[in-house]
Design a binder for this molecule. Structure first.
Ligand code: AMP
Ligand code: MN
Ligand code: MN
Length: 330
């Protein structure tokens, strides 16, 4: 159970400690990056040291955030730490190459919003109905008694915008909007974040989208749609897997579609699969069957092999989930 006592112990640990390690998940997104930047800055304002570790390259679209140049690579970190804080990591594996660094800390704190969270920390705070870890981080900072500044506001706003698809997904709540309103009052210009996060795209990304649309397949019945981007597609347009971000939104946007899938061949024979649903199907359960995870409406997994081997079982699992949904009472 996530109880008030656990929350207090997390606050006490953050107040009492001096040196903190902040960890985010592989292929970091706006939520994990924004939350760690905001919490790191709050801890620094309390006179503490915060080391922010990024297991992968920072996406281009988030480099506008103040402080985003302060992330260090796992191999550059040395301990000890009073606590390691995992942000937005549904399980330990999600921390990737940074995971062993947690052993340099006395206490492991796990702050997340994935329902499936494995509660791997010594202290765990899992709020599955928080739209983003940024919402939880916002409250942590408030309760630490740190005044939010504009840099933290930008970081938290980026976290909310990315995990809610600009306040469009089902996870958006009145609380999300109230926090966002306060962040705007602190000086965030929403058009700046939207332009940086969703636009400002390099040309290869748009050319790649063209390939993804050509590769679109719609299942008979129209409730399942998917696309793929293989190595040959990347090579054709001079793009890399980092340019495939958001592609799954296009099959998802199709009229009548409930489940959308994008197969992205990030390295030869390694497929990063993105799953989305619009209204009903819990795609995190489909992803979990293939070693992945995520949320009900947005999940993912990584599969190895040829497309002809990896795709059919996953698509069949999507069809089964859709059939099951069709049999359930509306
Ligand atoms: P993506 O489609 O990459 O944007 O991922 C959507 C969501 O699925 C993420 O926010 C994660 O919660 C989850 N996810 C993606 N890939 C994996 C994976 N390999 N293992 C576990 N969860 C994942
Ligand atoms: Mn995330
Ligand atoms: Mn998140």
């Amino acid at each position: 159970m996530t109880g008030a006592g656990e929350w207090r112990r997390i606050l006490d640990t953050l107040r009492d400690g001096r040196r903190f390690l902040l960890l985010l998940h592989v292929k970091p997104d706006g939520d994990s990056i924004g939350s760690s930047l905001a919490l790191g800055r709050a801890l620094q304002k309390l006179g503490k040291e915060a080391v922010l570790v990024c297991p992968d390259e920072l996406p281009e679209s988030l480099r506008f955030l103040p402080g985003s140049d302060s992330f260090v690579r796992p191999e550059a970190v040395s301990g000890p730490f009073d606590a390691a804080v995992f942000l937005d990591c549904g399980d330990l594996e999600r921390a990737g190459p940074a995971r062993p660094l947690a052993d340099l800390a006395t206490v492991r704190i796990n702050i997340d919003h994935h329902l499936s969270n494995a509660r791997f920390g010594d202290l765990n705070w899992i709020e599955a109905d928080a739209a983003a870890v940024g919402e939880i981080t916002y409250r942590l900072i408030r309760e630490l008694g740190v005044a939010l500044d504009r840099d933290m506001a930008y970081a938290l706003y980026a976290s909310l915008v990315t995990d809610t698809g600009s306040f469009a997904y089902q996870n958006t709540t009145p609380a999300t909007h109230r926090i966002a309103a306060e962040l705007l009052e602190l000086g965030v210009r929403p058009q700046v974040v939207a332009r940086e996060v969703w636009e400002n795209r390099p040309e290869p990304a748009l050319r790649l989208l063209g390939r993804a649309l050509e590769n679109l397949v719609v299942d008979p019945g129209g409730r399942l749609a998917w696309t793929r981007l293989g190595q040959e597609d990347f090579q054709r347009v001079g793009a890399g897997p980092q340019h495939a971000e958001g592609v799954v939104g296009y099959p998802r946007s199709l009229r009548g579609v409930e489940v959308a899938v994008a197969f992205i061949e990030a390295e030869p024979g390694v497929w990063r699969v993105s799953l989305r649903s619009n209204e009903r199907v819990d795609v995190s359960r489909v992803a979990a069957r293939f070693g992945g995870g995520g949320h009900a409406r947005a999940a993912g997994a990584t599969l190895s092999g040829r497309f002809e081997e990896v795709a059919p079982p996953l698509l069949d699992a999507c069809r089964a989930a859709l059939d099951e949904d069709g049999r359930a009472p509306a």
